[in-house]
Design a protein around this ligand. Structure first.
Ligand code: ADE
Length: 216
C-alpha cells in the first residue's frame, strides 16, 4: 500500500538524496499466533475487532531498542488536527515512529502507555491509518531543507504564513479572450509582490477566514 506514494516524485527523491529514511514494518511479524492474527474481539462486546496490545507493543519496543524516537505517533480521527504548524514542527525531529491503526481501534493500553502523540488528518473516518500516515509523511518530508529543488518554494507554500496562495498563471497570455492580469507582465517586482500578497489576503478572507486567527 505504501509503495506507490513512497516511490514517486518528491518522497522518492528525498529518500534517494538521503534526506529521509522511511522504514515500513508489518505488525503481523510480531504476532504470537499461528495465523498471524493481530486483532481480537473487544471486551464488553460491540462491533469490530481491536488491535491487540502484545504484537503492537513488541514491535514498538523492538524498534525503540534500535532507534531513539522523538515521538511515537498514532494516527486516529481522535487526534489533534494536522496543520502546517504541526508538519513544520515534526519535520525538525530526527526520528518518528508512526503507528497506523486498523479495524475498530487499538487496545487503549497502547495509547496510554506507548503513544506520545495522536494525530488526525481531518474530521472524517478512513478505513485505516495507512493513508493518513502517507499524508503525514508527505507533509513532513517535502519541507525538510534540500528536498524541494527551489529552497524557497516550501516557504512560499499556501499555509506557511497562514495565507492561501495567490492565483498563478502561465502561457498563453490570452486564452480565448481570458487574459493574464497585466501586473504580472509589468516586470515591476515590488508591485507584483504587493499584488500577490493582496490576492492571498483577499482569498484567505473569502475562503478560510479562520486561518488568519491561527498561530503559525
Ligand atoms: N484513521 C482513520 N481515520 C483517520 C483520520 N481521519 N486521521 C488519521 N488517522 C485516521
Amino acid at each position: 500500500m505504501f509503495e506507490g506514494p513512497f516511490s514517486h516524485s518528491i518522497l522518492k527523491r528525498a529518500q534517494e538524496k538521503g534526506h529521509v529514511t522511511i522504514r515500513l514494518h508489518n505488525i503481523r511479524d510480531w504476532s504470537t499466533s499461528k495465523h498471524k492474527n493481530v486483532d481480537d474481539y473487544p471486551y464488553g462486546g460491540g462491533a469490530g475487532m481491536v488491535m491487540m496490545v502484545e504484537p503492537v507493543v513488541k514491535c514498538i519496543e523492538e524498534l525503540k531498542a534500535i532507534t531513539a524516537y522523538d515521538e511515537v505517533i498514532y494516527l486516529s480521527p481522535d487526534g489533534e488536527l494536522l496543520n502546517q504548524r504541526i508538519a513544520n514542527q515534526l519535520s525538525t525531529k530526527q526520528n518518528l515512529l508512526v503507528l497506523c491503526g486498523h479495524y475498530k481501534g487499538i487496545d487503549e493500553r497502547i495509547r496510554t502507555h506507548f503513544i506520545t502523540r495522536e494525530i488526525s488528518i481531518g474530521d472524517y473516518v478512513l478505513s485505516g491509518g495507512e493513508l493518513a500516515a502517507m499524508v503525514l509523511a508527505d507533509a513532513i518530508v517535502r519541507i525538510i531543507p534540500g528536498v524541494l529543488n527551489d529552497e524557497t518554494s516550501a516557504l512560499s507554500d499556501s499555509y506557511q504564513d497562514n495565507l492561501l496562495s495567490p492565483p498563478a498563471y502561465t502561457r498563453p497570455y490570452d486564452f480565448r479572450g481570458l487574459r493574464v492580469p497585466d501586473i504580472l507582465l509589468s516586470g515591476n517586482d515590488r508591485e507584483i509582490a504587493k499584488w500577490k500578497y493582496e490576492q492571498s489576503l483577499e482569498r484567505t478572507k473569502a475562503r478560510r477566514p479562520g486561518l488568519l486567527e491561527e498561530e503559525t
